[in-house]
Design a protein around this ligand. Structure first.
Ligand code: ATP
Ligand code: MG
Length: 225
């Protein structure tokens, strides 16, 4: 079917690691993101932010707890389906050697006009064309640009739940500003989980989770933290 249609993300008492014999990297993490809300995840390096993102795609080993999206426990779904329906924009997105067109629509079923309009909306009009070529590993694009292309892919995919692991220091100013705009404008009725590094980018978020050593140290509205 078309799960998830609303984008309600409910994580309860989540404890995870990377393998069954390793120690936990997230411990008893709980939060609820109602449909269409934006959650920022902050915390020091190694606190578990990326691990939380990966857990939502079933890319870690869950020890206990539940992740429900629109009320469905993702552990009960095929991992492939979960990864197809929830968009994760990693810190350093992988692109494919080929045209931008192919990188936006791996299924090669979406009309060019639509792809071009998404591209224009995400990176700005007349920046790039669908025929522009992406070299191996996307090395002819900056890290920020690769994140923008991955964001455009998420728009094409019409994902209701979008997770972005924002790149850190190396991100160029223009891309950083663009990413914030795209998150605000292109995903208005989506639920967003953004791993953020700058507090000024999350002032208008609905909720902030502060992770510390895999635990939720603080949780609340950005204005009150
Ligand atoms: P950063 O701000 O540097 O990106 P982070 O908050 O995203 O850090 P994680 O990458 O989630 O932190 O790491 C949390 C813990 O999990 C760390 O102790 C890390 O060493 C461990 N870890 C991360 N990835 C793996 C992996 N693939 N296998 C085993 N352990 C891992
Ligand atoms: Mg990380």
């Amino acid at each position: 079917d078309d799960w998830p249609t609303r984008g309600d993300v409910d994580v309860q008492h989540l404890t995870v690691g990377y393998s069954l014999d390793s120690k936990e990297v997230l411990e008893d993490v709980s939060f609820h993101a109602p449909p269409g809300t934006r959650v920022a995840v902050v915390g020091r390096t190694g606190s578990g932010k990326s691990s939380l993102a990966l857990s939502l795609l079933r890319l870690t080993t869950k020890f206990s707890g539940t992740i429900r999206i629109d009320g469905v426990d993702i552990a009960s779904l095929p991992a492939e389906l979960v990864r197809q329906r929830i968009s994760l924009i990693p810190q350093d997105p992988t692109l494919f050697n080929g045209s931008l067109r192919f990188n936006l629509d791996l299924s090669e079923t979406v009309p060019d006009e639509h792809l071009q309009s998404v591209l224009d909306a995400v990176v700005g009009t007349h920046q790039w064309t669908l025929d522009d070529m992406v070299e191996l590993n996307g090395q002819n694009f900056s890290q920020g640009e690769r994140q923008l292309i991955a964001l455009a892919r998420a728009v094409v995919n019409r994902s209701k739940v979008v997770i972005i692991d924002e790149a850190t220091a190396s991100l160029d100013q223009a891309s950083e500003a663009r990413i914030q705009t795209v998150l605000r404008d292109q995903f208005r009725d989506c639920t967003i989980l953004a791993i953020a590094h700058r507090l000024d980018s999350i002032v208008d978020f609905d909720q902030v989770l502060v992770l510390d050593h895999g635990r939720v140290a603080q949780r609340g509205h950005p204005q009150t933290l």
